[in-house]
Design a protein around this ligand. Structure first.
Ligand code: 7TS
Length: 401
C-alpha cells in the first residue's frame, strides 16, 4: 500500500518538494479540500450563526450545524453530544472544570498515568488539589505502556474518574482502552479519554468504546487550527454546568436569574469557531475517503522502517521499538535533543525535540527529552531515508566534539 499519492493534495508539500515533514503529531498539514471549505465559508457566507434573521445567516447556521451532524456520525455519537471547543486542551479542561469540580470530592480517587500529555494530566491534578481527591498513577510496564493488569492494581471502589490517553504523543503506544473502560464502569467511574493522537489516525467509535468523554483537536487531523471537539455522553453533559457564560449559551436572563440552553450550546459561549467546524468536517470526509485502517497501517509501516534503520546506528537509543502507530522517539547518545534537531532542519527534515509537553514520561524514560519523528499518510519511504541521513549527519557533526 502506498498512500504517498495523497501528497499531491497538500500545498505545503507541493511548494516544498524536498521537505520531509515529520511533525504531524504536533500539527498535520492541510489538504486543498479543507482549505477550500474554510475559504468558501469566508468567500460565500462570512456571517455569524444562530443570530441573523436573514438568508446568509441561516445558510451559515446550516453549514455549521451540518458539520456537527457529520462529525457526530463519523464518531458514532449523537448531535447533542458534540461540543465544539478550541482544541483538545480546551476539551480536556472543560471536563475537569465542569465534571471534576462539581462531582468529585475528598476521598474520591482519580486515575491517570505518566504517559499523559500535560493537557490530560494537569487539569485533574488541579481538581484533586482543589477538592482533596487523590490522584493515582497506573504503573507503566517496562516498555512504558499502560496495561490492563496494572490498571487493575490502582482501580478501587473509590475511583470516580479515569483520565488517560488513547495514544501516547511521545511513545505512540495504543492503550488497551476498551477493557479499561469496562473495568472502570464496573466500579461506577467515568472515563475521560484523550484522543488527540488517536482520532487522526484510527477509526474511533465512541459507542463501541463506551467512553464517557473523548477530546481531540482538528489541527492534528488535517483540519484548521483553533477547533476541537469534546464528545460527552448526553446524560453526563446534561447534568454538567457550563464553565463559561455569555452570548449564545444563555436561554433567559433577568436581574434575578439566568438559565442556559441545552447541550451542546450551553458549553459554546460567544461566536463559535464557524470556519473551523466546517473545515474539520471536511477533514473527516477526506480521511474517511483514504480510510483510517489504511492510514494506521501505512504510517506504522513507515515507523517500523525508520526504527529498523535507526537500530543500525549504534549511537542511537530508540525508546519505543514496538510502537504500533507512526511515532518514533529516540536520542543520539550524549547529544541534547534540541542540538540534534538543529541539524535536521538543515536537511529539510521537520521533527520535534524536547519533552513534548509530557514531562512525566520523559522523566520516566530518565531523559530531559527526546527527538520525535511522527509520520502521517502523506509521508514516504524517501522521507524516512532523508531523515536517516540527517540522523547520521547529526551523529557525525556532534561526534567531533
Ligand atoms: N493530548 C495529546 C495526547 C497531545 O498530543 C496534545 C498535543 C494535546 C493533548 C493537546 O492538544 P492541543 O491541540 O490542545 O495543543 N500534542 C502535541 C505534541 O505532541 N506536539 O505538539 C503538540
Amino acid at each position: 500500500m502506498d498512500l504517498s499519492v495523497y501528497k499531491k493534495d497538500f500545498p505545503v508539500l507541493r511548494d516544498n518538494p524536498n521537505l520531509a515533514y515529520l511533525d504531524s503529531a504536533a500539527m498535520a498539514l492541510k489538504p486543498d479540500c479543507v482549505i477550500k471549505a474554510v475559504d468558501d465559508y469566508y468567500n460565500k457566507l462570512g456571517v455569524n450563526v444562530h443570530r441573523g434573521v436573514y438568508g446568509l445567516s441561516y445558510q451559515a447556521t446550516d453549514k455549521y450545524e451540518a458539520a456537527r451532524t457529520n462529525i457526530a456520525n463519523c464518531l458514532g455519537a449523537e448531535f447533542e453530544e458534540i461540543v465544539f471547543t478550541r482544541g483538545a486542551s480546551a476539551s480536556l479542561n472543560l471536563v475537569a472544570q465542569s465534571y471534576g469540580m462539581n462531582f468529585i470530592k475528598e476521598g474520591d480517587e482519580v486515575i491517570t498515568s505518566e504517559l499523559e500529555h500535560h493537557s490530560s494530566h494537569m487539569p485533574w491534578f488541579n481538581v484533586c488539589e482543589k477538592t482533596g481527591a487523590t490522584l493515582k498513577y497506573i504503573p507503566l510496564d517496562k516498555e512504558g505502556r499502560i496495561t490492563v493488569e496494572n490498571f487493575k492494581k490502582v482501580l478501587t471502589k473509590n475511583t470516580k474518574v479515569v483520565a488517560i490517553t488513547y495514544v501516547s504523543n511521545v511513545l505512540g503506544y495504543v492503550t488497551p482502552i476498551k477493557e479499561i473502560i469496562k473495568l472502570a464502569h464496573e466500579v461506577g467511574a467515568i472515563v475521560s479519554l484523550d484522543g488527540a493522537q488517536a482520532v487522526p489516525h484510527m477509526k474511533v467509535n465512541v459507542k463501541d468504546l463506551d467512553c464517557d468523554f473523548l477530546s481531540f483537536s482538528g489541527h492534528k487531523m488535517c483540519g484548521p487550527t483553533g477547533i476541537g471537539v469534546l464528545y460527552g455522553k448526553k446524560k453526563l453533559l446534561e447534568k454538567m454546568p457550563p464553565i463559561e457564560f455569555g452570548g449564545d449559551m444563555a436561554d433567559t436572563v433577568t436581574k434575578d436569574s439566568q438559565t442556559y440552553k441545552a447541550t451542546p450550546y450551553k458549553f459554546e459561549t460567544g461566536t463559535p469557531i464557524i470556519a473551523g467546524a466546517i473545515g474539520l468536517s471536511e477533514a473527516f470526509n477526506y480521511l474517511n475517503k483514504i480510510g483510517f485502517d489504511n492510514i494506521s497501517k501505512y504510517e506504522n509501516e513507515l515507523a517500523k522502517y525508520a526504527i529498523s534503520k535507526l537500530k543500525e546506528i549504534p549511537e542511537v537509543i530508540v525508546y519505543n521499538e514496538t510502537c504500533e502507530t507512526g511515532t518514533v522517539s529516540f536520542n543520539l547518545k550524549g547529544i541534547h535533543p534540541h542540538d540534534a534537531a538543529s541539524v535536521f532542519d538543515n536537511h529539510g527534515v521537520c521533527i520535534r525535540a524536547g519533552h513534548h509537553c509530557a514531562q512525566l514520561i520523559t522523566s520516566w524514560l530518565d531523559t530531559i527529552g527526546t527527538v520525535r519523528a511522527s509520520f502521517y499518510f502523506y509521508n514516504t519511504l524517501e522521507d524516512v531515508d532523508r531523515f536517516i541521513e540527517a540522523v547520521k549527519d547529526a551523529k557525525d557533526f556532534f561526534g567531533q566534539f
